[in-house]
Design a protein around this ligand. Structure first.
Ligand SMILES: [Mn+2]
Length: 327
């Protein structure tokens, strides 16, 4: 059984020759895996496809893109169809949004509850743990062939957005899809090695400074740390190396909410939030600052002086923690 929206998306794709697949800034495994998996599937279905992201593929996901299909956007292009994957809003696309105006159809495929439904066709399914699962369902519904390269991309998407099948968002269907992907030839050992077992030394230096600097507040229910520009300079780490560092403080027993403040500009802070409790919705907290995401993982970019930003965000977290009842 195909949901109506999937049928309409497939009709739109069928009527398109040129397609542009786009994703969000600072792409993660779900974004890159979904973008590339869909791009490869569309290519195999005979479409002219380009795959755009404002930012380059993070080093640890490069193995998914040996042909370097993911490129920076170019001006002056025209498309029959643009498909956004894992992108909660137009703003999340960054500069890509400026170059996709000339299109006939705009399709939005995503699993963020905060999605602003900016497409002509919006398939937003917050129940799914990853956008990769939606792309898998689309490929299956279309009966496009699913080769091992596509399987690698989609497995990476599912695996990374579920924290290796650990987050509460993981459903029985998540395992079923992952199982099909392994059947289709997804190289589990390769994916897990590249994604989880090979970090640059610079990231470990950054982690060292996280362990030195993290703070606890709200009776140890909130843990947070700052990443300043100087931390990157000193350690030689890249912004992509900060991915997942938050899990190290999230993992502290007493902690319910983990928070990372990252200096983007002197008066612009990127805030990442994680919640370990169903009762504490960090998507709502991020929403107060113009951001969004999921109940358990969300973020925002907040203007203002760093310490003022920290004070406001931690105050909002404290409010959200009032819903938390420890047993
Ligand atoms: Mn995602």
């Amino acid at each position: 059984m195909k949901p109506r929206i999937v049928q309409r998306i497939l009709e739109g794709i069928r009527d398109s020759k040129s397609v542009c697949v786009v994703g969000h800034v600072r792409p993660d495994g779900d974004c890159i895996g979904s973008q590339l998996g869909l791009t490869l599937a569309l290519e195999a279905a005979g479409k002219e496809v380009v795959c755009w992201n404002q930012d380059p593929v993070p080093d640890k996901l490069r193995f998914l893109d040996p042909r370097r299909l993911v490129r920076a956007p170019e001006p002056g292009c025209e498309f029959d169809c643009v498909i956004a994957t894992d992108c909660a809003s137009l703003e999340r696309m960054g500069t890509v949004a400026e170059h996709i105006g000339r299109r006939k159809l705009f399709i939005n495929i995503d699993h963020h509850a905060s999605n602003t439904r900016y497409g002509d066709l919006d398939w937003v399914s917050p129940r799914q743990a990853s956008t990769g699962e939606l792309i898998y369902q689309l490929i299956k519904a279309a009966k496009w062939p699913l080769n091992r390269r596509i399987a690698d991309c989609l497995f990476t998407a599912v695996s990374t957005d579920t924290g290796s099948f650990q987050y509460a968002s993981t459903q029985p269907s998540t395992f079923q899809i992952a199982s099909h992907l392994v059947e289709q030839g997804a190289d589990l050992a390769r994916v897990c090695h590249e994604v989880y077992q090979s970090y640059p030394l610079s990231r470990m230096r950054l982690l060292k400074c996280v362990y030195n600097k993290f703070r606890l507040t709200h009776s140890n229910r909130t843990a947070y740390f700052w990443l300043k520009k100087g931390d990157y300079l000193r350690t030689g780490a890249k912004p992509a190396d900060s991915e997942g560092l938050i899990d190290h403080i999230r993992a502290i027993d007493e902690v319910v909410v983990a928070c990372v403040f990252e200096e983007m500009e002197p008066e612009l802070t990127r805030v990442s939030l994680r919640s370990k409790s169903d009762e504490v919705d960090v998507n709502a907290v991020a929403g107060l600052f113009g951001g969004g995401g999921h109940r358990a993982a969300a973020g925002a970019r907040v203007p203002g002086r760093p310490l003022a930003v920290q004070r406001r965000v931690l105050a909002a977290v404290r409010e959200a923690l009032k819903n938390f009842r420890s047993e």
